[in-house]
Design a protein around this ligand. Structure first.
Ligand SMILES: [Zn+2]
Length: 147
């Protein structure tokens, strides 16, 4: 084997090892973070939800009063389906309505139940797609083979 070929093989081996190690290393960090969060949650029951709630409000530049004002204006129900939230946390507690915002501007649009929030997210928040979905539901044939 010539020197160049040996060098190429060494490089390929080193590259392979690097990628194997980086994945293993990332997996270890992820696992350590997961365990750390779990320990904190177990040591502070009830606080983790409160902590993430405060973080969420901060992320949207809102106060609890802002949230409650919107909730009041929406009569306590989802801005889309006009129903109360039914989704629950891991502890079985009814979730708060999600804060929906415009990704482009960052402005808060309103509060949505989890189902509606996920629903419009799945439809990419695009009016064209959402409109198309409405038209589809209004006009779709109900029998197979009539398309
Ligand atoms: Zn809803």
């Amino acid at each position: 084997m010539d020197k160049e070929r040996i060098r190429q093989q060494k490089n390929a081996w080193a590259k392979k090892k690097y990628h194997e190690n980086i994945e293993a290393s990332r997996a270890k960090v992820r696992e350590a973070n997961r365990l750390s969060k779990r320990r904190w949650r177990d040591a502070n029951p009830g606080l983790s939800g409160e902590r993430s709630w405060k973080f969420t409000l901060k992320k949207f530049g809102m106060t609890i009063e802002d949230y409650n004002r919107i909730l009041f204006l929406q009569c306590g129900v989802c801005a889309i389906c006009k129903r109360v939230e039914t989704a629950t946390t891991k502890d079985g507690i009814i979730r708060r309505l999600n804060i929906d915002h415009d990704n482009a501007t960052g402005r808060v649009r309103g509060l949505l139940c989890r189902a509606c929030n996920v629903g419009i997210g799945q439809l990419k928040h695009e009016l064209g797609i959402l409109g198309s979905a409405i038209m589809y539901l209004e006009r779709a044939p109900y029998e197979y083979g009539t398309l």
